[in-house]
Design a protein around this ligand. Sequence first.
Ligand code: 13P
Length: 337
Amino acid sequence: MSLDTLEEIANYIVSDGKGILAADESNPTCGKRFDSIGVESTETSRRDYREMLFRSEGMKGNIGGVILFDETLRQSSEDGVSLVNLILDQGALPGIKVDQGLQPLDGHPEETLTQGLEGLGHRCDEYFGLGAKFTKWRAVIKIGDGMPSDQSIEENMQALADYAKVVQQSNMVPVVEPEVLMEGDHTIDQCMDASKRCLNALFNSLEKNQVNLAGTILKPNMVTSGSLSANQASIDEVAEKTLECLKSEVPSDLPGITFLSGGQSDLSSTAHLDAMNKIGGFDWKLSFSYGRALQQPALKAWLGKEENKPAAQAALSHRALMNKLAARGEWSESLEK
Ligand code: 13P
């Protein structure tokens, strides 16, 4: 399969149920994950952990792309193979997070605007030279008193569209991630409303910027109840409302939609994805771009110990396979045993 054009790259990443492994935690975030298992976060321990993940058997056939942090894109394995080549050997494409984090939004200090447009073209050209085939930019939208504000949606969705335009000029596929946070006690209908407003503004901005949608991947949240809500929607309701939202706002020429897990458990993330693919009735591939929901069981099995690496790799391989099956609507809970 040739992977020269943006369309070919985007289609490959989500082909046959494959999805994305999000391993692009910034160093502070990786530090928090490692704190939870009592491992010190250093350049070497981060490399060892990610090398272990990328060498897992279950990467093959289940993972079409891996999103990396800047440091990882430049690292080599203990025996001197670049991590980029390890990923390619597993049949996955390397990608890179290019946003530079969040700043308070002018006039709305509780909300944020994602940074990183300045100098983006230069950074993208370098990343392309280092082997990156795709990129990610995450906008964060909060639900709460008076939130999300129109300004937060407008400015964040415009930044996503500006990012996507620059990235495509550097011959990489943009993954556009408008994340409506799950944190809070809001209802699923409030999440639906905020998600629709975001996606509507996002696709208007992408169109205005003449971004090639056939060479773009959307990474949205699912439409769920807030994590602190006493009234949690069922798997079927999440699946139905998420599909309703996407069908009303996302053009059908987009090749793939890969969800973030956003704090859902590994099993819920898989069950929701499977339920949507069992319902069907859409033109895009509906798959995953999970960070925590793919890595958490592997992280817990690893605990920073050499002798635990096979168990950690088996845990990642299992989740990768389960999510690939879910992306094909072929998962069932009995396969988890
Ligand atoms: P989670 O799946 O842990 O939400 O991470 C995905 C991601 O890349 C967030 O930007």
